[in-house]
Design a protein around this ligand. Structure first.
Ligand code: ASP
Length: 583
């Protein structure tokens, strides 16, 4: 038996027991006649004691030669500690060692294996197996396991069946770029890695599986934004014979179950907001509703004066920053510079201080009197002591900029509390989205999402106004899930492809398999997918997903530990019939 107990297990009630432990040397203290070693494994740390008067001299000598991260096995007796440590579960006892076996030695690790390590991100990623020995990372992985286990239990209890779908599939334009895999046996032909199992899960519905889920890797070759991974995990789900309401119900239930089982939190029915409303009130389709600072539109009260910047703008919109009227000129200038950064892109910002005495002081006092400014305060919900910040310009762009400012201030003012959870359904997304680059409409969600029946008549005249049966689940300002009721008849699907700019041949070539399947009795169906990495991070009270992924890629999409991607041998390329030019 390698070990009788784990390093996190022994208590005062185990005193006098003979035990065998195995683990890593966290640290050792050598007092000459006595040596203490902290022995660590996944479950915790147990203190070992080697004492000249009670341990063999040879064993003490061995103990003195142990280095950090050596792997050892010890046999000994559990004894009560003289000075107890209340900060650790095993802190009342120690193991008086009789026998020590060094199972493996270790180089000195390149960073300290402590909760607060001295290792920077790059070095930790390079030696991720050492990083995972640290509690914060290890606990994140254990936490992720708990989340997935709860998901599996919940869905299995509702008759969802976990089905695996293939990773080597056909390249289809689903939104992002595909990762491509060359086929050796079919020279010049390629598989793609799935951006999601979307079409397969729909085919499973045609196949009569009724309720499907899968915790599954998805791959998207996108330009990497901060905290995005080229491969990530979804909790992918699909149901047959349902309406939107059924889906919202089931997955609100799942989310509520997670909050309850993980945080013992009871959450009321999730609020819902249409896409239009979310954009109007927060300038964002995934608003963080843990805090206020809702948008106040000022066109009606700011465009009747001589201030041409506002008069020429499609939208004038502001937010009231709570208790910020006291900001100095310098603080306000810094905020103005912040919104003018290229990442935000505003051309300027107007402010108005709502003084405690009920008067107003703005950066445009030349054009607006106290009564005007009082109207601004009313429109933005500002109270005495607040600071109103106003942007103007093209509607969509200005809303997006103000939303960025609102989120930044939410962070700075500590209003985005990590252990407060505010879920929200955003519904009625537009079906199509205009893409400036390609000058055509794209599916906002994906091409399989069904349009709202009552908006179908707009498809030719005002395609941008057609709403979809699509919904997102938002948690604390992050989209954690999204889905839709699907098209399930061949004609509507063909119509959709036509509107997305596919010729009938292209649609047939790329999606013929799905449209053919729709001819064999496809049931009404719909579903959604959660982003597991982000969901886990948010439930864990963190915003970055990296520590919840065992072996993540860095911001350039590289795995620095195994050094991938990398060049491959010419012989391998030849086999794949791929000619590569030297870079
Ligand atoms: N396949 C979709 C996605 O990856 C989710 C869904 O519609 O169920 O976003």
């Amino acid at each position: 038996m390698y070990r009788s107990h784990s390093c996190g297990e022994l208590r005062i009630t185990d005193t006098n027991q003979d035990v065998t432990l195995a683990g890593w040397v966290q640290k050792s203290r050598d007092k000459g006649f006595m040596v203490w070693v902290d022995l660590r494994d996944r479950y915790g740390i147990t203190q070992l004691i080697f004492d000249e008067s009670r341990t063999d001299a040879a064993v003490i000598q061995q103990a003195k030669s142990l280095g950090r991260e050596f792997v050892i096995q010890v046999r000994g007796t559990v004894i009560e500690r003289e000075s107890k440590n209340n900060n650790m579960p095993t802190g009342d006892i120690e193991v008086l060692v009789k026998e020590l076996t060094v199972l493996n030695s270790s180089e000195v690790p390149p960073f300290t294996i402590e909760d607060d390590t001295d290792g920077g991100e790059d070095i930790r990623m390079k030696y991720r197996y050492l990083d995972i020995r640290r509690n914060p990372v290890k606990n994140s992985l254990l936490f992720r396991h708990k989340v997935t286990q709860e998901v599996r239990n919940y869905l299995s209890n509702l008759d969802f069946c976990e089905v695996e779908t293939p990773y080597l599939i056909k390249s289809t334009p689903e939104g992002a770029r595909d990762f491509i895999v060359p086929s050796r046996m079919n020279p010049g032909q390629f598989y793609a890695l799935p951006q999601s199992p979307q079409t397969f899960k729909q085919l499973l519905m045609v196949a009569g599986m009724d309720r499907y889920f899968q915790i599954v890797k998805c791959f998207r070759d996108e330009d990497l934004r901060a905290d995005r991974q080229p491969e990530f995990t979804q909790i992918d789900c699909e149901m047959s014979f349902i309406e939107q309401e059924d889906i919202l119900d089931v997955f609100e239930g799942l989310t509520r179950h997670l909050l309850k089982s993980i945080h013992q939190l009871d959450v009321e029915k999730f609020p819902r907001m249409t896409f239009d409303e979310a954009m109007r009130r927060y300038g964002n389709d995934k608003p963080d509703i843990r805090f206020g600072m809702e948008f106040g539109e000022l066109n009606a009260v700011a465009q009747q004066k001589e201030f041409s910047v506002f008069n020429n703008a499609e939208l004038v919109v502001g937010i009231a920053v709570p208790q910020a009227a006291g900001y100095t000129r310098k603080q306000i200038d810094e905020l103005i510079e912040w919104v003018k950064r290229p990442q935000v892109g505003a051309s300027g910002m107007v402010y108005c201080k709502c003084e405690a005495d009920g008067t107003f002081k703005s950066s445009v006092d030349k054009f607006y009197d106290q009564e005007d400014l009082a109207n601004w305060a009313k429109a933005t919900g500002a109270r005495a002591g607040d600071l109103i910040l106003i942007l103007s310009g093209p509607a969509y762009k200005t809303r997006t900029q103000l939303s960025a400012l609102r989120m930044e201030l939410g962070n700075r003012l500590g209003l985005r509390k990590p252990h407060e959870f505010a879920p929200l359904w955003v519904i009625d997304f537009p079906l199509l989205e205009w893409d400036e680059d390609t000058a055509r409409f794209h599916a906002m969600h994906h091409p399989f999402t069904s349009p709202k029946q009552e908006d179908m008549h707009l498809l030719d005249s005002e395609p941008g106004k057609v709403r979809a049966n699509a919904y997102d689940l938002v948690l604390n300002g992050n989209e954690i899930g999204g889905g839709s009721i699907r098209i399930h008849d061949k004609e509507t699907q063909a119509l959709m492809f036509r509107h997305l700019g596919f010729t009938a041949e292209e649609a047939q070539e790329q999606f013929g398999f799905l449209m053919n399947a729709f001819q064999y009795g496809a049931p009404p169906h719909g579903g959604l997918a959660f982003g597991l990495d982000r969901l886990t991070a948010i439930l864990g009270g963190q915003e970055t997903i990296r520590d919840y992924i065992a072996f993540p890629k860095n911001n350039s999409g590289r795995d620095v530990m195994i050094d991938a991607p990398s060049a491959i041998a010419t012989s391998q390329l030849d086999e794949l019939s791929i000619a590569v030019q030297a870079p």
